[in-house]
Design a protein around this ligand. Structure first.
Ligand code: HEC
Ligand code: HEC
Length: 375
C-alpha cells in the first residue's frame, strides 16, 4: 500500500511518504558505503587509472585478455556462461563472478582464496587460466605508455610504473562499482512502497519458511561462511577435454593427494585451502545482489535461472561427490508454486538497474626515450 500525505506548502505540493510502518526483518540490512583499506585510499585520479587498467589488455600475457573480457559490464560484469572461458588455449574452471559489490567481501573467489581486491587483481592478471601475465613484462609495457607514466607518477609518485600500484588502482576502481539503491535497499531504508506485495511475501519466506537468511544474511546477503549445498559437478569435466585439462591442472597445482588427483571428478572448493576432508565441496556463500544479471548460477554455473535455484533449494539441494559434507541447513522446503514465485520476485528486488559505464579511451605504447630505458 502506498501511503502519502500531501502538504500544501506555498505554491508547491510536497508529498511526504509515511515511512516504515511494517517491521523490517532482523539480520538483513540496506547496503552502505564499502570499506576502504587505509593502505589504499581512494582518489578520483586513482579510480580513473584503475578503470583504464580494468579495460586495458596491457595487463595480460598476450595483450588481449583484460579483466573486462571475463567481467563484461553488459553481461553483469561477469560472463553469462556456466564456466568462464580462459586464457587462449585453456578454459577456466569456475563460473565468472561479478565484480559488482566485490568491494564488500572480506574473502574473494568462490572458495574465498583471496583476502583483498588488491591481491585478487594480481592473481587474476597472472593466473594461468585467466590473464597469464608476467609482472615484469606487464610493468615494462605500462612504462612504454607515456600517459601511464604520467598517471602513475601523479597518483603514486612512481618514476617507473610499479605493477603493484596497477593492482591498487584496479581495486580502487572496483570499490566504485557498487549498488546500494536496489528496491530492497529502499524498502529497508523505510519506504514500504519499494517492494511489491509479492516481494514482501517472498522476503517473509526468505527469512522464514525457506530459511535462506540462515546463510544469506546481513547487508550483502551472505554470512561469508562456507557450505556444501550439493551443487552437482560441472558436466564439462567429462565432456570437454580442455576443461578436463584445466581441472586436472588445478588439482595438481593446488596440491591434492595422488589418490584424489586420480579419482576426484568434482571441484573440492574450500578443501584446496584447508586440506580438511570435511571442507570438500564447500564454497563461500555468495551475495545475492545483482544476481538478476549474473546467470547462470553457482560456482560452476550448473543452475540457469533464479527459478531453477529456488526449485533446487525446494528439493533440499542436490547431490555431489562430497555429499557427506552437505549442510544440515539444506532440507526440502515444501514450497507451493505461488511461494516459489514470491521468492523469485523477492530475489529480483536485490538487483537495481544494470550498471553500465562508458568504457575509457586507452592510451598507446611508444618506444621509450633513450634516457628512460636504463631504468
Ligand atoms: C579468463 C577470465 C578472467 C579474467 C581475465 C579475469 N577474471 Fe576475474 N574471475 C574470473 C573467474 C572465473 C572468477 C571466479 C574464479 C574462482 O573462484 O576461482 C573470477 C573472480 C573474480 C573476482 C571475485 C569476485 C567475488 O565475488 O569474490 C574479482 C573481484 C575479479 N574476478 C576481478 C578481476 C580483475 C580485477 C581482473 C583483471 C586483473 C580479472 N578478474 C580477470 C574470470 C576472469
Ligand atoms: C546452508 C547455507 C545456505 C542456505 C540455507 C541457502 N544458501 Fe544459497 N548459497 C549458499 C552457498 C554456499 C552458495 C554457493 C554454492 C556453490 O556454488 O556451490 C549459494 C548460492 C546461491 C545462489 C547463487 C548465487 C550466484 O551468484 O551464483 C542463489 C541465487 C542462492 N544461493 C539463493 C538462495 C535462496 C533463495 C535460499 C533459500 C531458499 C538459499 N540460497 C539458501 C548457501 C546457502
Amino acid at each position: 500500500m502506498k501511503h502519502t500525505t500531501a502538504i500544501a506548502f506555498g505554491m508547491a505540493l510536497v508529498a511526504t511518504p509515511i515511512l516504515a510502518d511494517t517491521p523490517r526483518p532482523d539480520g538483513l540490512a540496506a547496503l552502505g558505503e564499502p570499506p576502504i583499506p587505509a593502505s589504499n585510499p581512494q582518489s578520483p585520479e586513482k579510480v580513473e587509472l584503475g578503470k583504464m587498467l580494468f579495460f586495458d589488455p596491457i595487463l595480460s600475457g598476450n595483450y588481449n585478455m583484460p579483466c573486462a573480457s571475463c567481467h563484461l559490464p553488459e553481461a553483469g560484469w561477469a560472463i553469462q556462461a556456466p564456466i568462464s572461458f580462459g586464457y587462449p588455449g585453456t578454459t577456466h574452471w569456475r563460473n565468472s563472478q561479478t565484480v559488482v559489490n566485490s568491494a564488500y567481501y572480506s574473502k574473494l573467489f568462490w572458495a574465498g582464496s583471496s583476502g583483498s581486491l588488491e591481491h585478487q587483481a594480481r592473481s587474476a592478471a597472472r593466473g594461468g587460466v585467466a590473464g597469464n601475465g608476467e609482472d615484469d613484462m606487464m610493468e615494462s609495457r605500462l612504462a612504454f605508455v607515456p600517459e601511464y607514466r604520467e598517471r602513475f607518477k601523479d597518483v603514486f609518485g612512481d618514476d617507473w610504473p610499479n605493477i603493484r600500484h596497477a593492482y591498487d588502482a584496479i581495486a580502487a576502481f572496483e570499490r566504485t562499482i557498487v549498488q546500494t539503491d536496489t528496491p530492497f535497499d529502499t524498502y529497508m531504508n523505510g519506504d514500504d512502497t519499494a517492494l511489491t506485495e509479492q516481494q514482501v511475501r517472498g522476503l517473509d519466506l526468505f527469512t522464514g519458511k525457506a530459511g535462506c537468511s540462515q546463510c544469506h544474511s546481513g547487508a550483502l546477503l551472505t554470512d561469508e561462511k562456507y557450505y556444501n549445498i550439493g551443487v552437482p559437478a560441472y558436466s564439462g569435466w567429462e565432456e570437454d577435454e580442455l576443461a578436463q585439462i584445466t581441472f586436472r591442472f588445478e588439482l595438481y597445482a593446488k596440491g591434492v593427494t595422488e589418490e584424489m588427483y586420480r579419482s576426484t571428478k568434482d571441484d573440492p572448493g574450500l578443501y584446496f585451502r584447508t586440506k580438511e576432508t570435511a571442507d570438500k565441496g564447500k564454497f563461500r556463500t555468495p551475495s545475492l545482489r545483482y544476481t538478476k544479471y549474473t546467470y547462470p548460477y553457482m560456482h560452476n554455473g550448473m543452475l540457469e535461472t533464479l527459478a531453477d535455484v529456488v526449485e533446487f533449494y525446494n528439493q533440499g539441494g542436490g547431490d555431489n561427490e562430497f555429499a557427506a559434507n552437505k549442510s544440515d541447513l539444506i532440507q526440502p522446503l515444501g514450497l507451493t508454486d505461488d511461494e516459489k514465485a514470491d521468492l523469485v520476485a523477492f530475489l529480483e528486488s536485490l538487483s537495481g538497474d544494470e550498471i553500465l559505464i562508458e568504457e575509457p579511451d586507452l592510451p598507446a605504447m611508444e618506444p621509450l626515450p633513450a634516457a628512460m630505458g636504463t631504468n
